[in-house]
Write a protein that binds this ligand. Structure first.
Ligand SMILES: *Cc1c(COP(=O)(O)O)cnc(C)c1O
Length: 508
């Protein structure tokens, strides 16, 4: 179990810089190219010209390679080991998806190329929309949004547009979210101009139906909900929820960031949803982290199709084309057609697994989560809020509150100590309704050996909390960077994100 992360004490690339060091020598421009460039330069507005590019680091090729290789060794990724970040689905994505999307045939296409020359890629996007429509049961899908949160905003704007068309927008300005919802749900609803109304969970960890009935009325624009919810529990009364929201005149939005548990088992459509987004970068073959890259396609029912972003990719029986003639559309939400390289990975992933493979992925993700729960709860140190006997879906939420009460050691300390064993910590302190929460999503790509090992480490750490609490309070020790001062790291006064900020701070 010995683990020690590399520790290079690596300088910034700006500090490695030396005048005149050159990485690659670009080919010389021909005289003709030179004159084209000069002409083009004249067309740039003067106030947009940057002048000289001072302050760029000057380094040789080998310095660049070593610098970034060293930095990568001080990092952690799903290619190194278990990364069970609940809600984030950090599953291993097959490398073949990378190969497909990195093909020069794909990546050298220009977004403004005429559609007669891009039939291949349009076909893939068209078919991918179809696959995602099949997976969600929605009638029409837009691939434009670049993230889950952007998909949500797009969906919320579609709900807005639908109420506007019925001349009801003035009064329907409330969006309901459960108290277990992902933070992006209330944020997206607010960005779309809605007032956010929170409904509490009941003692089974599901939406409290009585509370829901008491907040829906003729001001309700809709409800955003994820199922299974962030506790990993399937909202089994989802059809009642849909009826309550629909009867009040609202629309139901499915946060499909994590489709893993339901692939091939059920669909948002069957659960009564009108709008759904999907996180490609969680479920469909794209590794993610560090803020991107991602894609958050949005699907809607037949009636709402006209509101989807412009353009949509269409097929007229002979060729694929872009439909800009969409007068009721909410407009564009992103440049061109979306985050194509991510979408191509999803296309490859879905073809690779096929319908049966996707369903099997769902089954294994659920099995892995429940297997891990059983192991982790075995010694009684960790507890699982809401009926622990009830089967969870693709993720589990456990609490360290018993350990915390008896030793003072918190979920944070346990998370940090996990890093010392060369595995990643789960999501901590989310969902907000669970004290000292650890939200674990092992995903279907972890082997039984990896699951056993993760459980064994968690149990060992629980014992350490009683026997050697200092080990946990001082953790991590085996990583490049030790315990981070979270407050300083996120405080505007001390946060330092760029070289420019750093220089300014040093001189001021
Ligand atoms: C990740 C996630 C989101 C947001 O997706 P991003 O791509 O990070 O914007 C929304 N809802 C749930 C439940 C999520 O897990």
């Amino acid at each position: 179990m010995a683990f020690r992360q590399a520790n290079w004490n690596e300088p910034l690339i700006f500090e490695l810089s030396g005048k005149g060091k050159i990485g690659q020598i670009p080919p010389k421009l021909t005289r003709e190219e030179e004159s084209v460039l000069q002409e083009a330069m004249k067309t740039f507005p003067a106030d947009m010209l940057r002048g000289t590019l001072s302050d760029l680091p000057e380094v040789s090729e080998v310095e660049v390679v070593r610098h970034f290789t060293r930095l990568s060794q001080e990092n952690y990724s799903v290619d190194l080991g278990t990364y069970p970040l609940g809600s984030c689905t950090m599953k291993y994505s097959p490398k073949i998806c990378e190969v497909v999307s990195a093909s020069p045939k794909m990546k050298n296409l220009h977004p403004l190329q005429h559609t007669s020359l891009t039939q291949g890629i349009l076909r893939m996007l068209y078919e991918l929309s179809g696959f995602l429509a099949e997976v969600t049961g929605m009638s029409k899908v837009s691939l434009q949004p670049s993230a889950g949160a952007q998909g949500e905003l797009c969906g919320a704007l579609i709900i807005r547009a639908a109420h506007k068309e019925r001349n009801e927008l003035d009064k329907r300005m409330e969006m309901i979210v459960p108290d277990s919802s992902h933070g992006t749900n209330p944020a997206s609803a607010a960005m779309a101009g809605f007032k956010v109304v929170v409904v509490p969970s009941d003692d089974e960890g599901c939406v409290n139906l009585e509370a829901l009935k008491s907040v829906v009325n003729d001001k309700t624009a809709g409800m955003m909900i994820t199922n299974p919810n962030t506790l990993g529990i399937f909202e089994k009364r989802i059809l009642d929820i849909a009826e309550i929201v629909h009867d009040a005149g609202g629309l139901l939005y499915y946060d499909g960031a994590n489709l893993n548990a339901i692939l091939g088992k059920t669909r948002p459509k069957e659960m009564g949803f009108d709008v759904a987004h999907i996180n490609i970068h969680k479920t469909f073959g794209t590794p993610h982290g560090g803020g991107g890259p991602g894609a958050g396609p949005v699907g809607v029912t037949e009636e709402l199709g006209k509101f989807l972003p412009t353009p949509t990719v269409e097929f007229n029986g002979k060729s694929y084309y872009l439909d800009y003639n969409r007068p009721r559309s909410i407009g564009k939400v992103r440049s061109f057609l979306g985050n194509i390289s991510i979408l191509l990975r999803a296309y490859a992933y879905i073809l690779l697994l096929g319908a049966e493979g996707l369903e099997e992925a769902a089954e294994v993700s659920v099995m892995n989560a429940n297997y891990l729960a059983k192991k982790v709860l075995a010694t009684g140190r960790y507890v699982m809020p809401f009926d622990p006997k009830k089967v969870r879906k693709h993720e589990i939420v456990i609490s360290t509150e018993k350990i915390t009460a008896e030793t003072g050691i918190r979920a944070l300390d346990i998370s940090k100590r996990l890093l010392d064993f060369g595995v990643h910590a789960p999501t901590a302190y989310f969902p907000l309704i669970v004290n000292e929460a650890l939200m674990i999503e092992p995903t279907e790509t972890e082997s039984i050996e990896d699951l056993d090992r993760y459980a064994q480490i968690l149990l060992k750490i629980a014992e350490e909390a009683y026997e050697q609490p200092r080990l946990l309070q001082d953790a991590p020790q085996n990583t490049t960077v030790g315990r981070i001062d979270d407050v300083a790291a996120s405080h505007p006064k001390t946060m330092c994100l760029t070289w420019k900020m750093w220089k300014e701070r040093r001189t001021s």
